[in-house]
Ligand binder design. Structure first.
Ligand code: 1Q0
Length: 215
């Protein structure tokens, strides 16, 4: 018998996680940042196995950060700001080429940070799209404006191919499990400023410390 029913997944809950990321003085909590990404990956996995090469890499990065946060120096990994300070002060970041610290928190989080920009651009397109808009087009436009600039051509090609397998807008809205299309649009309108905030604050920290090109 079907006694254990899997909890239905709502994108609203996931995006709400990002609102927990910001502390009063605008620091970004890594715990909630990582949790937000876990939710997004769950969502992506529900879209099909063609996306698994993407989710594998995302999960790998999520786990690196979670391990740092739960490790012996975890207190330094409470916020992105404290992580940057700690890793830089302790010489734990490879600045010019991957070498002694190939999996620093700073370089790992930077990859997710760039992906968050993709998410912001994609969701903004989804929010303002019309019924006959193509999700694959919205997704690749958002990708080309963000992540693609940091990927080599093999990954760009593979990504472009994966985007063709995205479900259409109606299915997408359904899987999000938020409600009517109008309710989805409203939810996105509330969630996007928060995602932008998290993105911009992180971007500023990385700019200040000249970390935007970490290998
Ligand atoms: C739903 C469709 C998802 C489309 C995601 C677009 C991103 C494509 C990224 C392709 C990444 C390919 C794998 C490997 C890349 C790495 O080389 C790269 C750099 O890392 P490194 O260690 O080699 O220097 N890694 C990355 O750039 C990180 C990429 C993380 C991507 C995480 C994407 C997670 C997506 C979540 C989906 C959310 C869907 C939300 C939808 C919303 C609502 C309707």
């Amino acid at each position: 018998a079907n006694t254990v029913e899997e909890k239905k997944f709502s994108l609203k809950e996931v995006l709400d996680t990002f609102s927990l990321c910001l502390s009063e003085n605008k620091e970004v909590y890594i715990e909630h940042y990582v949790e937000g990404w876990r939710g997004l990956v769950r969502f992506m996995n529900s879209l099909g196995s063609v996306f698994s090469f993407i989710s594998k890499d995302a999960v790998n990065k999520i786990e690196i950060l979670a391990n740092l946060l739960n490790g012996e120096n975890g207190t330094h990994y409470i916020t992105i700001q404290s992580m940057v300070k700690y890793e830089l002060d302790s010489g734990l970041v490879d600045l010019t080429q991957r070498d002694k610290h190939p999996e620093s928190g700073c370089r790992t989080l930077l990859r997710l940070h760039r992906a968050l920009r993709w998410l912001e651009l994609f969701l903004e397109r989804l929010r303002t799209s019309s019924e006959d808009s193509k999700t694959s087009v919205m997704c690749s436009e958002a990708y080309n404006e963000s992540l693609a600039q940091h990927h080599g051509w093999i990954i760009r090609k593979a990504s472009g191919m994966a985007f063709c397998y995205l479900p259409g807008r109606p299915t997408f809205f359904e899987v999000m499990n938020v409600g009517t299309p109008e309710e989805v649009v409203a939810m996105l309108g509330e969630a996007l400023p928060i995602i932008s905030d998290v993105y911009n604050i992180t971007e500023n920290v990385y700019t200040q410390h000249e970390l935007l090109q970490l290998p």
